[in-house]
Design a protein around this ligand. Structure first.
Ligand code: UT7
Length: 331
């Protein structure tokens, strides 16, 4: 959105949910050939949460959604659209948003999923902004949810140590004051799709005994390639979003980067000339929960009083696709 325009959308309620089960680096040392020292220094992760066998992504989403509605002082009847961002849907169809709608027991409001992997929540905010400012929807429940543990190869040390499960949600409506989204920037590059993907189980490689034997329904990642692109693209996206808002790096009170790797987070802050104390980090507690990291960070910061009215926040993410996006937000 052009900062000179006076209409914007804002978050009026938020919440997150993580499953009870904690998987520590010490636990992983017993499962694969790794060490707490390697995981901590290479990724910044100390522990992550793991969904129970009976918990699907919509179950996590539902908990986060209820908390966000409570936080907004609203009920399911106050929303007119459900958007779910996820790379680990309950089912390919119906959408996870429809499962959430069933769980919430809403009227026949529309429900849809957005597939943008780790950039999903930011993509969701950008889509929501258009829908609300065009008058199509008044109040949107935007949920990010992942149960990545369900598509993790627990024998592959290069990925098993990185990911976690969780969900976070936000209630969005048109802002009635100065706060809300000031600008956005979003991009994708499908040429690099094969660097990070779930190869099997879709129409390209339908499920068969051979596909399962080859572990194709599990997440595959060439981590080092992702790493290099993530640093470049997150820096670029955040810089573009800040400039589009008519601001500079000196105006930024908080940088909230996608929590994929502490080294990516730190490098992104450095590229943007934003000091470490203004860069939010909680990767040690949850690992990489894909699109869930940025809304979880926002809610944690709000809950702990870190965010002050008027603070300029930059949210930035990068993920499979590749997709990347950034948003400048006045709290
Ligand atoms: O959410 C968006 C998508 N994801 C990301 O943004 C993740 C991006 N990538 C990364 O965070 C990093 O690339 C990783 C944390 C995945 C890996 O760090 P790296 O510094 O890029 O390490 P590497 O892949 O180059 O591997 C270095 C070494 C290798 O051994 P050799 O070949 O040098 O002998 C790996 O086999 O570390 C080895 N290694 C491990 N050692 C102990 C890989 N995983 C492990 C492990 N424990 N878990």
């Amino acid at each position: 959105m052009n900062p000179k325009q006076d209409r914007r959308i804002k978050i009026v309620g938020s919440g997150y949910y993580v499953p009870d089960k904690v998987l520590t680096n010490a636990d992983l040392e017993k499962m694969v050939d790794t060490s707490d020292e390697w995981i901590t220094t290479r990724s910044g992760i100390k522990e992550r949460r793991i969904a129970a066998p009976e918990q699907a992504s919509s179950d996590l989403a539902l908990e986060a959604a209820k908390r966000a509605l409570d936080d907004a002082g609203m009920t399911k009847d106050d929303i007119d659209l459900i958007i779910v961002c996820t790379a680990t849907p309950d089912t390919a169809f119906p959408s996870t948003a429809c499962w959430v709608q069933k769980g919430l027991g809403t009227d026949h409001i529309p429900a849809l999923d957005i597939g943008a992997a780790c950039s999903g929540f930011l993509y969701g905010l950008i889509v929501s902004e258009s829908l609300i400012l065009s008058g199509t929807n008044k109040r949107i429940l935007l949920i990010a949810t992942e149960s990545l543990s369900k598509i993790t190869d627990w024998e592959d040390r290069t990925t098993a140590v990185l990911f976690g499960d969780g969900a976070a949600a936000a209630v969005l409506e048109e802002s009635d004051d100065d706060s809300g989204i000031l600008s956005h920037y979003w991009k994708a590059d499908g040429n690099l799709a094969e660097v990070l993907l779930q190869p099997g189980g879709g129409s390209r490689m339908p499920c068969s005994y051979a596909v399962v034997d080859e572990k194709m329904p599990f997440l595959r990642m060439r981590g080092n390639e992702v790493f290099k692109h993530a640093i470049k693209r997150m820096g670029e996206a955040a810089a573009e979003a800040i400039a589009k808002a008519g601001l500079t790096h000196e105006d930024v009170d908080w940088l909230i980067p996608h929590q994929a790797n502490i080294r990516i987070i730190t490098a992104t802050g450095k590229r943007l000339h934003i000091p470490d104390e203004k860069v939010f980090v909680n990767i040690h507690k949850y690992g990489n929960t894909s699109c869930v990291t940025t809304p979880t960070a926002l809610h944690e910061m709000k809950e702990t009083g870190m965010l002050k009215q008027g603070d300029i926040i930059v949210l930035v993410a990068f993920g499979a696709g590749f997709t990347w996006a950034a948003i400048t937000y006045r709290w």
